[in-house]
Design a protein around this ligand. Structure first.
Ligand code: ADP
Length: 356
């Protein structure tokens, strides 16, 4: 538009000055009239050509906008791969139009359209990943639910079909059903937890004495650790009065999951050491065990939902496969991160920091 208007102004100024010069030079009136007619004709032709180019470009832009709005209906389309390829093609076409366009305003419009297609491609890619993850998650949940439900069903059916009258087995079947019900309940609690965390649950942070919190968790797990003959030791290198800024329930859950895992994956006679240290104004908490360890290739994946190194062992121990994923979420909500070091056959150490 700017070029088009500028051109208009130049032609008008040129026309006015030439006419004034011709008048001042006492040019015969017929010549001035012929000049005016010629000038008007030339002016109309040039304007027409420019306008035609402009109309062509606006039609093209309209067409592109229509294409974009149709392609970007995420709800309507599931074929993300095709949509992304088409958007990439459209982006290249816009890039060409932009390069060949000399009008500044049109160039800017093409530039914005190009940016829009880039952003839409990114959003389509993210939505695609999100849908894949969601489907994978739902598949995993269904799979995790199926095992305990089938086991409960089988126990109850066996009891109904006569085992209920057999005093040698009836209690066993009931215990089996109860243990799988506990597993279902643990799984549903973990699922609720993870969905709350992923939905952006608000933490209620306050200052609390971390050594006391750890002792509380250790005491609550004492029964399990002693029944598995695993010793838990604490080494607090910070004063008992030291306070950290965190959500009490959430950090208790982190400690519970880490120590519970350490107990589960450490053989009888093993040891767990919990340490608190202070480094550069930050408090670090470490849970180290002398257990089976984690193979190096599995370490990057253990925080994924439902990822287990040894699937059978984890399920037998009653693990939902969501514990470390919950831990990671909570630590990240405290603007910190959790690290893990492990050696197969020697043990594992999980460590994270909290602000003072
Ligand atoms: P699970 O309920 O299976 O324990 P988690 O998310 O808590 O699920 O842990 C994921 C996997 O990481 C476990 O299945 C186990 O293979 C591995 N893991 C976690 N903690 C330890 C540990 N202290 N020692 C060895 N392996 C561990």
């Amino acid at each position: 538009m700017t070029t088009y208007k500028t051109f208009d102004y130049i032609l008008v100024i040129l026309f006015v000055t030439t006419t004034i010069i011709l008048l001042l030079a006492n040019t015969p009136h017929e010549t001035i009239i012929i000049f005016c007619l010629f000038y008007a004709l030339a002016f109309s032709v040039i304007s027409l050509i420019l306008k035609k180019n402009y109309i062509k470009s606006t039609n093209k832009i309209n067409e592109i906008l229509k294409k974009i709005s149709e392609k970007y209906d995420i709800e309507k389309h599931n074929n993300f791969e095709n949509k992304i390829t088409e958007l990439n093609k459209l982006q290249k076409e816009i890039e060409n139009l932009k390069t060949n366009q000399r009008d500044k305003t049109l160039k800017m419009i093409y530039e914005n359209l190009e940016k829009t297609t880039v952003r839409l491609t990114e959003e389509l890619t993210n939505t695609k990943i999100f849908k894949i993850n969601r489907n994978e998650f739902l598949g995993n949940v269904a799979h995790e639910l199926r095992t305990p439900i089938c086991a409960i069903q089988l126990s109850l059916e066996t009891l109904i079909n006569g085992a209920v009258k057999d005093d040698n087995v009836n209690t066993d079947f009931l215990k089996r059903a109860l243990s799988h019900t506990n597993r279902l309940s643990e799984l549903s609690n973990d699922l609720i937890n993870i969905s709350e965390l992923e939905a952006g649950m608000k933490l209620s942070k306050r200052y609390l004495r971390i050594n006391y919190l750890i002792n509380e968790v250790v005491n609550s797990l004492h029964f399990i650790s002693s029944s598995r003959k695993v010793e838990i030791e604490t080494n607090f290198q910070i004063k008992d009065s030291t306070q950290v800024f965190c959500d009490s329930d959430a950090i208790k859950q982190v400690m519970m999951n880490l120590i519970d895992n350490a107990i589960k994956y450490t053989p009888e006679g093993g040891k767990i050491l919990i340490t608190t240290t202070s480094v550069d104004g930050e408090i670090f908490i470490s849970v180290r065990d002398s257990g089976m360890g984690i193979p190096q290739e599995d370490i990057p994946r253990i925080f994924e939902r439902f990822y287990r190194v040894d699937k059978t062992r984890s399920r037998d121990m009653g693990g939902s496969g969501l514990g470390l994923s919950i831990v990671k979420h909570i630590i990240e909500l405290h603007n910190s991160k959790i690290t893990v070091e492990s050696k197969v056959g020697e043990g594992t150490e999980f460590k994270f920091g909290l602000p003072v």
